[in-house]
Design a protein around this ligand. Sequence first.
Ligand code: NAG
Ligand code: NAG
Ligand code: NAG
Length: 512
Amino acid sequence: MYLFNFNPNRSTTTRPWPTKRPSSSSSSQRSPLLFITVLFCAFIFFLYYQSLSPTSLSLSSSKTPHSLQNQCRIPSPREKFLWYAPHSGFSNQLSEFKNALLMAAILNRTLIVPPILDHHAVALGSCPKFRVSAPAEIRASVWDHAVELIRSGRYVSMADIVDISSLVSSSFIRAIDFRVFASQWCNLNLEGICVNESDKQSSLLDSLKQCGSLLAGLDGSVSKCLYAVNEDCRTTVWTYKNDNEDGTLDSFQPDEQLKKKKKISYVRRRRDVYKNLGPDSEADSATLLAFGSIFTSPYKGSELYIDIHESPRDQRIQKLIEKIEFLPFVPEVISAGKRFARETIQAPFLCAQLRLLDGQFKNHWKTTLLGLKQKIESLGQSSHPTHIFVMTDLPEANWTGSYLGDLAGDSHQFKLHLLKGTDELVMQTARALAVANHGLSSGFLSKSSDGDSKIQKHCRPSTLADALLYIEETVCSCASLGFVGTLGSTIAESIELMRKFGVCSSSTRTAL
Ligand SMILES: *[C@@H]1O[C@H](CO)[C@@H](O)[C@H](O)[C@H]1NC(C)=O
Ligand SMILES: *[C@@H]1O[C@H](CO)[C@@H](O)[C@H](O)[C@H]1NC(C)=O
Ligand SMILES: *[C@@H]1O[C@H](CO)[C@@H](O)[C@H](O)[C@H]1NC(C)=O
């Protein structure tokens, strides 16, 4: 079971959200004894909260349990929402975003579009090693980080950068911006959070933090309101409409050695997401369904968490799967990348994506640079210098002594091109993204409430989005001499996908 309405470990310190007691109109017909019993229970209930309030509700002293209950209230009571907790770098977050679109469509829920998290601000751990943060934990870190992004004026929505407008307009999915959702769900006016008045701001931040812990499901699910999914890649592989598979064991299980060493007892089962979380399930009655991480990846002949690659029995989902295989960047980014290729490089070029510093990639310089060398050699000799666009995390000052240094030093044969975060093209694009504000403006839910317009007015990020990575990827999709990427890098995978879908040549994608 994964529904905890009452978690004994935590209930003594926090249980600010009472299950709603229906004010039954039929009570008058019941016996007086029952009435007295109910009255007595209510009195005990009252005492219980009296004793709780000084500690559990100290975060925002003016709030009573009743007003906390309002946090589940949203303007359209029949609308149901889906939230999840992205993690790690941008490419990971993008792949999780795609999974979230899929889950939202299958479960017919409105997807809450998250911000782009700072690189590695939230970590998941390792699924194959069964060492991951629990869903509630990761939901809480994502919420805190999102609040921090709002507070510091650095909030950039996933939909500011990735173009989902065609999915929304063709009704494949419904989406709502996290800020709009949070202000309604928490019953707070987020407008104040972006106004520089420290008193107002800090009390809002407190309330928002508290509301986040409820949403994260730190205290478990809340009847009708929140269903906190506690299955993760240690126990579950989600499937969709594969007959007779629901509940069967997955082919990948922790091996005996791991079980002994780590004292774990996980069993991984394949479970149908629609049967377990869709209509007629316990989860379906909740306004908000919250996953933890929905990261997945093929592993040892299976999938780590979501194994839904086709859907022959549901044509709507099948179409969506095809559509989300590739999600383009917004037009501002694509046109910037194309412009750099056309106006700055001005020649056929090779793209080299070299990840040399981050994590595991530190140890593979040789392989990565050898790949580049072989690619260049395969191009053969030409009388003109070979143009190469280089995107790498290794600062230019550190190139000396490596193959990159050799290339840079041989200006007769090679002409290298780089983009920097401070380049005018990048800054210009960031300004265009801020003006476009796709995340809040592309026809998302709650036009009726004035929430989003206010947020838009006051919460314009004070810091511009870092558009460098997205533009670099687009430039690489334009490299007609070829592409050489870093083995195992998710950025390289994104670029391959962009090239496969002809981002650079297609004009329809960039036209608004
Ligand atoms: C999906 O949800 C929407 C909005 O809540 C509702 O109007 C629609 O009937 C639902 N569709 C299905 C197939 O349940
Ligand atoms: C808020 O205003 C104060 C002074 O009025 C200033 O020192 C501070 O940097 C401002 N903070 C932000 C986040 O803009
Ligand atoms: C890059 O160069 C700086 C300054 O010379 C040096 O401190 C740093 O350690 C170098 N980094 C790498 C990864 O070589």
